[in-house]
Design a protein around this ligand. Structure first.
Ligand SMILES: [Zn+2]
Length: 732
């Protein structure tokens, strides 16, 4: 072992108590010790900070570490102090310090006691600080989170642009170390150019996280997505996980839904006060909470090695964000499941937020999101897609079925002739447009831009109209992956044909690919409709309806009195085969179950047996009863025989709203007795007439009843009251 190597290993042992380096840490450290400019890209968990901490401890003078995250500085400093006997070996300088503290920091530096100083760019920039550093011995300047320097990074900070000028003021020939955990090829060149790094040595560790399983699922309606997530988290059996969402309100909704279903979870977002936030973080670290539902504000300072899953309830704004956030799973190298729920509607919503931003930012933002869409919709290996994004070649065969597309490969089609056409179209439009435009052109969509330029008169316009938008998107995406087209990031994603592409047109060969998933039929959430009937068994539903009709006849009641349609549909989805199962179906109380359910249970049990059906793993999602408080109060008022007008007033409802609440109470299977009120306000003959009508009626619809009965001077209000009584008496 050379002297230098021995020194490095001795220092590692002395300062940190380790005997071995991770990955290429040793080469990086050696390069820094040689006072050369060093550029380090180490994915999260790769041991990035050691690459500057160790040389800082070994070299003369103080190392300045520029970091954008004030919140993290204290953690970092604490962690170094944890290894050292002297607290003043590391300090931070930022706006949180008072005058006396700042003086202490500067004294320690001047006395040569401090080897590392963490500083925010906006603090470094101050006149008095620059002046101070001019007269200080600086070992090197490390720029952490260096991607913040590039507008093409996911976290651009304008003040990072001035770092080079500031360093020049401090002194000449100060070595630079730039570090980041994510950087696309474009961001890399930006960092080197803007920092003006001299003969820089680049150290890049593969971005491949072999232990992470990537998958994307259609999101569907809100109820369904929530149910899927709950079911998934349940299946993880109390393991730690993070769920990322865009909105603060959603973090609270999801955490609440999980808690109701017996999963210890908490929301985390920037709107919470600092005390609550740090208590939540601690509870997560201590495993008092298993699942955190967070906006992106979570995770920056968290280093929990055994996070077992990361769910994206909403797609992130960029692939960098996605990679960073999923990167928090499985840091210990063990299981890490990453599931993203994708709905095209979510991304168009995100794009709308960009509308008020300056043009350049808007176009960049939209381009980053197009990549996210492409990731979600791709049918090729997701690992290959991610690594290609970060400029890494990867053979999908090495994924080891660790993504949904490799695990469940789709049927492949040959796109040889389509590829030739796609490439020719790019040439036809002079290599000047992005994917969206090329797809519009090839399917013959006369968009405004196409009409403006008269491209609709070109011979190849609409040449691919027999295939879908998704088909051509897939073809173009593959052209990029196969390096037949180059995407010019500087010019907003313009596609250009390259030598490979031109050669392919001359001598094409078969290309077999799986087509991308078409999510355009996926409906967004929030349309108020009831979801959750995705796997409705039509055959069983028909049988259950027949059974209901027979039973209704026998009991001499209308069928809807036995079970509502919605309840039958749920039965034909959940296959309840015990009294307990049935009582979990919405609209079925235990009392109602005992009254009517036995023949249904028997029928379903036999059906399941005969058809060899895998019942959903007896999972029933409990919903958050957000309005339940009002309902309970209403029922209590009825028990006290209060007039309905007074009940409405007490609960700040209109009478019509109260009637709706009562309707829901009765339909969910609760028995109520409002005879005391009905007897007061509805004439006895009228009561009987309406009651008799419902016994014979085909439907419980009040308006239909009104049309039948209005001749007899019966009002709709009277009908609604008697209908409630009727449903409650007979059905519950
Ligand atoms: Zn794969």
């Amino acid at each position: 072992m050379s002297d230098k190597r021995k020194q490095i290993f001795d220092a590692l042992q002395k300062f940190f108590g380790f005997s071995q380096f991770k990955g290429n840490q040793e080469d990086i450290i050696s390069n820094v010790l040689d006072k050369k400019d060093t550029f380090v890209i180490l994915p999260t968990g790769g041991g990035k900070s050691l690459c500057y901490q160790l040389p800082a401890l070994m070299m003369e003078g103080t190392a300045i570490i520029i970091s954008p995250l004030i919140a993290l500085m204290k953690n970092q400093v604490d962690s170094i102090r944890g290894y050292s006997q002297e607290d003043n070996v590391a300090h931070f300088l930022n706006s949180s310090l008072n005058k006396a503290q700042i003086k202490q920091v500067k004294d320690d530096i001047q006395d040569g006691k401090t080897k590392m100083l963490y500083i925010a760019p906006e603090t470094l920039i101050k006149e008095e600080n620059l002046e101070f550093f001019k007269n200080t011995s600086i070992s090197f300047v490390a720029i952490d989170e260096a991607h913040c320097i590039s507008e093409w990074g996911h976290d651009f900070r304008p003040e990072y642009r001035r770092i080079r000028d500031m360093i020049d003021i401090i002194g000449e020939d100060i070595p630079l170390v730039a570090l980041t955990a994510t950087a696309t090829p474009k961001v890399r060149t930006d960092i080197i150019k803007i920092l003006d790094m001299d003969q820089v040595s680049e150290f890049v560790l593969s971005f491949n996280r072999e232990n992470l399983y990537y998958s994307v699922k259609p999101k569907g309606k809100k109820d369904q997505a929530l149910k899927n997530i709950t079911q998934f988290v349940k299946s993880m059996g109390g393991k730690s996980g993070i769920i990322y969402v865009q909105g603060r309100k959603t973090t609270e909704d999801i955490a609440e839904a999980l808690n109701v279903n017996g999963i210890k979870s908490a929301p985390y977002h920037a709107g919470l006060d600092p005390k609550t936030r740090s208590a939540t973080q601690d509870a997560f670290l201590m495993e008092d909470i298993d699942v955190i539902c967070a906006t992106i504000a979570f995770g920056m300072g968290i280093d929990k090695p055994d996070v077992r899953f990361v769910i994206h309830y909403d797609m992130p704004k960029s692939i960098e964000n996605y990679y960073q956030e999923t990167g928090r799973a499985g840091r210990d190298g063990l299981e890490g499941v990453c599931v993203a729920y994708y709905s095209p509607a979510d991304l168009s919503r995100l794009e709308k937020f960009l509308r008020d931003k300056p043009v350049a930012e808007r176009e960049m933002g939209s381009l980053l999101m197009q990549e996210v869409t492409a990731y979600a919709e791709t049918s090729t290996c997701r690992r290959q897609f991610l690594l290609h994004y970060f400029g890494e070649e990867f053979d999908a065969k090495e994924c080891n079925a660790m993504c949904d597309n490799c695990k469940h490969p789709k049927e492949k089609v040959n796109i040889q002739s389509a590829m030739v056409l796609a490439l020719k179209c790019v040439e036809e439009l002079n290599n000047n447009y992005d994917i969206r435009m090329m797809v519009d052109f090839i399917i013959g969509k006369a968009s405004q831009t196409i009409l403006d330029y008269g491209f609709n008169n070109r011979p190849l316009f609409g040449v691919g109209k027999n295939e879908t938008n998704v088909y051509w998107n897939t073809v173009y995406r593959h052209a990029i992956l196969l390096n037949l087209l180059t995407k010019d990031i500087e010019k907003y994603g313009v596609l250009k044909i390259n030598d490979n592409g031109r050669a392919y047109i001359k001598r094409p060969h078969p290309i077999e690919i799986p087509l991308n998933t078409d999510y355009s039929q996926e409906e967004g959430d929030d349309d108020g409709a009831q979801g959750g009937t995705a796997v409705l068994d039509d055959q069983l539903l028909k049988q259950l309806m027949n059974l209901r009709r027979d039973i209704a006849k026998k009991k001499n009641v209308p069928p809807y009195i036995v079970f509502q349609d919605a309840s039958l549909m749920e039965m034909a989805t959940q296959y309840p085969i015990t009294m307990d199962d049935v009582a979990k179906i919405s609209g079925v109380s235990l009392g109602k179950a005992q009254k009517f359910a036995q023949p249904f249970i028997d029928h379903i049990a036999k059906y399941v047996e005969d058809n060899d059906i895998d019942r959903p793993t007896d999972f029933v999602m409990k919903t958050v009863a957000n309005k339940s408080k009002v309902k309970v109060q209403i029922i209590q008022c009825i028990d006290r025989k209060m007039p309905l007008e007074d009940i409405a007033a007490t609960n700040q409802l209109k009478v019509s709203e109260l009637m709706q609440e009562l309707d829901m109470i009765v339909l969910s299977g609760t028995k109520i007795n409002i005879d005391y009120y009905i007897n007061e306000v509805v004439d006895e003959y009228v009561r009987e007439e309406i009651y008799d009508y419902f016994k014979e009626a085909e439907t419980d619809d009040a308006v239909t009843a009104f049309h039948e009965l209005k001749e007899n001077d019966i009002t709709i209000e009277e009908i609604e009251l008697i209908r409630l009584k009727f449903l409650s008496d007979l059905a519950n």
